[in-house]
Design a binder for this molecule. Structure first.
Ligand code: SF4
Length: 167
């Protein structure tokens, strides 16, 4: 089973009010038109993200981060769920950015049960990302059910569009 990722990075805008370590998982099959991250389409790209490697990354950034965000990976539910459980054991919040639609038909319920935040919806350039008021994408706090898109559009107004997430 391949569960590879691009070298993770710290991100500040993908999850509002959290400092997140971001893991982009390769093997995305969503195929959005205008995808900015086509290097994520091929499952063999990147480095193997074993549970052991993942724990090493979390230990490296322990105390600096409050959340872990995955860009994709829902196509390997077992591997992703294992990582989410590990992150929660480190006291971190968890987030998934998926290009799929929301709902059990699209994203495994066992995954969403381990998430604090979930972004759903394909990248559609004509509608824009989370910072666009016309976007099809939804960012939700799963602990409350609240849709948090307004925090991204607010950022856009404040920063003149610095945040434009495609995944
Ligand atoms: S934008 Fe994201 S979800 Fe869509 S194809 Fe690219 S990597 Fe996959």
């Amino acid at each position: 089973m391949i569960f590879n990722c691009i070298v993770p990075s710290i991100v500040f805008q993908e999850v509002p009010n959290e400092i997140s370590l971001c893991f982009s998982i390769t093997g995305c099959k969503v195929g959005c038109n205008g995808c900015h991250s086509t290097e994520l389409w091929h499952a063999k790209n990147g480095l193997a993200l074993t549970n052991q490697n993942f724990i090493q990354w979390l230990k490296k950034y322990q105390g600096l981060i409050s959340c872990v965000v995955f860009f994709g990976g829902e196509w390997q539910p077992s591997a992703l769920i294992e990582k989410l459980l590990i992150a929660k054991n480190f006291g971190l919040k968890t987030c998934l950015y998926s290009g799929k639609e929301s709902g059990d038909k699209h994203i495994d319920l066992r995954i969403t049960q381990q998430l604090d935040f979930l972004k759903t919806g394909k990248w559609q350039p004509e509608l824009g990302g989370l910072d666009s008021i016309t976007t099809n994408q939804v960012f939700r706090d799963l602990t409350t059910g609240e849709k948090l898109n307004y925090l991204f559009t607010k950022n856009n107004i404040d920063t003149q569009g610095a945040n434009n997430v495609a995944a």
